[in-house]
Design a binder for this molecule. Structure first.
Ligand code: ATP
Ligand code: MG
Ligand code: MG
Ligand code: MG
Length: 510
C-alpha cells in the first residue's frame, strides 16, 4: 500500500440542491487547501468544497447517478474489498464506499470501521454518515430544495443568516447552540434526507454493547493485544507516525505497538507546562522503545490563552472536555513539522473506566454504561484539534473493533487485583517497562496542570470556589459564541475577557 500521511480530505462542505442559489463560501478551522467539486446529477446538483493536502480527487467518487465525498479514512479496507467483485474500482476509500453503496445502499455504512464523515447524493436523496463513534463531527442544515452539510459548524453559519425558514428539525439529532436550523448528525448514524422536502430519516449503524462478556484472563489479554495491534497497524498508513506520549499506559501501549510496525525509530512527543509535566515518565518509555523523542513546554499563561483555539477547533461547549483538549491543542499548535500522522492513546479510559479510582465493580460498570451512552456530541475525538495545524490525528482505542472488544468485557477484567485498566496493562506488560505498566492513571488535564490553572484563573477574577465549575462552563460558551457563532478568528478572542465577563455576570446574580 502507498504511504499516506493524511487522508485525501480532512473536511468538507457540501450543498445538494434542486437548483437555484449558490453554496456558501467555505470556512474551516482545519488547515489545508480547498478544492471545489461540482457533480450534476439527474435530480440534483451536488457541490462540495474539500479540505485536502494534495489529492482531493481521491476523496470524491462518482458512478452513474451517485456522487460521494469522504473526509477521513477507513481501517478495514481489506475486509471490505472481499465484498466486491474482483477488479472493482475501489482504489480509494471514497470509491470503496461508493461501490458498497451500490450493493448495500445505506446499510454500507454498517460495514465500515473508520474515522470519517461522508456525504452522498443519489436520486432525490442525500445520505450523511458518521463513523461508529461520530469521531469526525458532521452537521447539517436541511431545508426544502436544499441540504447543506459540513464537518464544521462554522462552515454552515453563513447560510443561516437572514433567510428563514433556516432549516427543518432533524429527528434524534442534537441542535447546535445559537445556530438556528443546524443539527449534528449523531454518532454511528446515517441520515437519509430527501432534498425536495429537507426531511431526514435516521438509521443507527452502530451502538455500544450493553451486555458483558465473560472471558478468561488469558483469552481477554490476548484478544486485547491482538485487536489493539491491528488498530494501531491500520492507522500507521505505512508512514513513520508520531505518537503523542504521556508515559501513561494508554499512549505507551500505542507507542509500543506502533514502534513494532515502523521501520526505523518511532517519533514521540510530550508536552508539559511550567506548572506540571510527565516528562520523566514519558522518557522512560521513549528510551525503552528507542523512539526519537521531543518535549514541548508551554507556559501556563499561554496555555490558558489558547482556550479560544480549543473551542474553535472542537466546537464543543463541554467544559470538562475542553480541559482535556486544551493541552493537546497547545501541543498540536506548537508542532511545526510538515503535516504529520499522529497516533494518540486518547479514549481508552472510557470503555475501561480508567478514571474509576476504587475497587467497587457496580460503580465501575455504571461509569462505563453512562460514558458510552453520553459521549456523542462532545467532539472529544475530533480531528480538527490537530487539523488546525495541518496534522491528522487518530485514536486506536476508539477503533470499532477495539471498542466492540473493550466495552463488553466484564467489569472484573477492567479492575482486578486492585489495579485500574488491568486487562490493558496485562496485555502490554511484555512490551513496556514494569514501572510504566503499573503507573497509576493521570489525566492529561491533571498532568499538565490545566484544571487547576483554569480554576485559579477564575478564582483570581473573583469567582467563589463553589462556582468555579459553572463559571468554566459559562466561559466556554462565551468563547463558543465568539469563535463559532460569530465567526471571529480565535486569535482575536481573549480568554481573559471571557473570564472577566463571566466573573462580573456571576457577581451581579449573587
Ligand atoms: P492514562 O490514562 O493511564 O494516564 P495516558 O496518559 O496515555 O494514560 P490520558 O491521560 O487519558 O492517557 O491522555 C489521553 C491521551 O492524550 C494520551 O494517551 C496521549 O496520547 C495524550 N497525552 C496526554 N498527556 C500528554 C502529554 N503530556 N504529552 C503528550 N501527549 C499527551
Ligand atoms: Mg521499529
Ligand atoms: Mg488515558
Ligand atoms: Mg495520562
Amino acid at each position: 500500500m502507498m504511504a499516506h500521511t493524511l487522508p485525501a480530505a480532512t473536511g468538507f462542505l457540501v450543498s445538494a440542491r434542486q437548483g437555484g442559489d449558490r453554496a456558501p463560501g467555505p470556512v474551516f478551522a482545519t488547515r489545508g487547501a480547498h478544492e471545489s467539486v461540482a457533480e450534476a446529477l439527474r435530480n440534483q446538483t451536488f457541490d462540495a468544497v474539500l479540505v485536502h493536502s494534495g489529492s482531493p480527487g481521491d476523496a470524491v467518487a462518482r458512478a452513474g447517478d451517485t456522487a460521494l465525498v469522504l473526509a477521513g479514512e477507513l481501517y478495514n479496507r481489506e475486509e471490505l474489498l472481499t465484498l466486491l467483485p474482483s477488479g472493482s474500482d475501489a482504489g480509494t476509500d471514497a470509491q470503496l464506499v461508493l461501490a458498497l453503496l451500490g450493493v448495500y445502499d445505506l446499510h454500507a455504512f454498517r460495514l465500515l470501521n473508520g474515522r470519517f464523515a461522508a456525504a452522498a447524493a443519489l436520486g432525490d436523496r442525500v445520505l450523511l454518515a458518521t463513523d461508529h463513534a461520530g469521531s469526525v463531527p458532521l452537521y447539517t442544515l436541511p431545508a426544502p430544495g436544499r441540504v447543506l452539510a459540513a464537518t464544521e459548524i462554522k462552515a454552515l453559519v453563513p447560510a443561516t443568516a437572514g433567510t428563514p425558514p433556516a432549516g427543518r428539525p432533524v429527528a434524534d439529532a442534537r441542535r447546535v447552540r445559537r445556530v438556528p436550523g443546524v443539527h449534528q448528525v449523531p454518532a454511528g448514524t446515517v441520515l437519509d434526507l430527501d432534498v425536495r422536502t429537507g426531511t431526514a430519516v435516521p438509521s443507527r449503524t452502530w451502538a455500544p454493547a450493553l451486555s458483558r462478556r465473560v472471558l478468561s484472563e488469558a483469552d481477554a489479554t490476548d484478544a486485547v493485544r491482538r485487536t489493539l495491534e491491528r488498530a494501531v497497524k491500520a492507522r500507521t498508513g505505512g508512514t513513520t507516525p508520531l505518537v503523542v506520549l504521556s508515559g501513561g499506559i494508554d499512549s505507551s501501549g500505542v507507542a509500543a505497538l506502533a514502534a513494532a510496525h515502523t521501520d526505523g525509530p518511532l517519533d514521540t512527543l510530550s508536552m508539559g507546562t511550567d506548572t506540571a509535566d510527565e516528562f520523566a515518565e514519558a522518557r522512560v518509555v521513549a528510551t525503552h522503545l528507542g523512539s526519537s523523542h521531543r518535549e514541548i513546554t508551554v507556559p501556563t499563561a499561554d496555555l490558558l490563552g489558547q482556550l479560544p483555539y480549543a473551542v474553535w477547533a472542537s466546537e464543543s461547549v463541554d467544559p470538562d472536555i475542553i480541559e482535556y483538549l486544551l493541552p493537546l491543542t497547545a501541543l498540536y499548535r506548537a508542532l511545526d513539522d510538515p503535516a504529520r500522522r499522529i497516533l494518540t492513546g486518547y479514549g481508552a479510559d472510557i470503555p475501561l473506566a480508567g478514571m474509576h479510582r476504587e475497587d467497587r465493580l457496580p460503580q465501575l460498570d455504571t461509569a462505563v454504561a453512562f460514558d458510552m451512552a453520553t459521549f456523542d456530541g462532545l467532539n472529544e475525538m475530533t480531528p480538527v484539534l490537530s487539523g488546525i495545524q495541518g496534522h491528522w490525528s487518530t485514536h486506536p482505542y476508539w477503533d470499532r473493533d477495539v471498542l466492540d472488544l473493550l466495552v463488553p468485557l466484564e467489569a472484573g477484567l477492567k479492575r482486578r487485583y486492585g489495579r485500574d485498566k488491568w486487562v490493558l496493562r496485562e496485555a502490554m506488560s511484555a512490551l513496556l517497562p514494569q514501572e510504566t505498566v503499573t503507573r497509576p492513571k493521570l489525566g492529561v488535564h491533571e498532568g499538565s496542570g490545566t484544571t487547576s490553572s483554569f480554576s485559579l484563573l477564575l478564582m483570581d477574577a473573583g469567582v467563589p470556589d463553589a462556582d468555579v465549575h459553572r463559571a468554566k462552563s459559562l466561559v466556554v460558551k462565551e468563547i463558543f459564541d465568539r469563535v463559532v457563532v460569530e465567526g471571529l478568528p480565535p486569535g482575536l478572542v481573549s480568554t481573559a475577557d471571557a473570564v472577566h465577563q463571566v466573573a462580573a455576570r456571576l457577581k451581579e446574580t449573587e
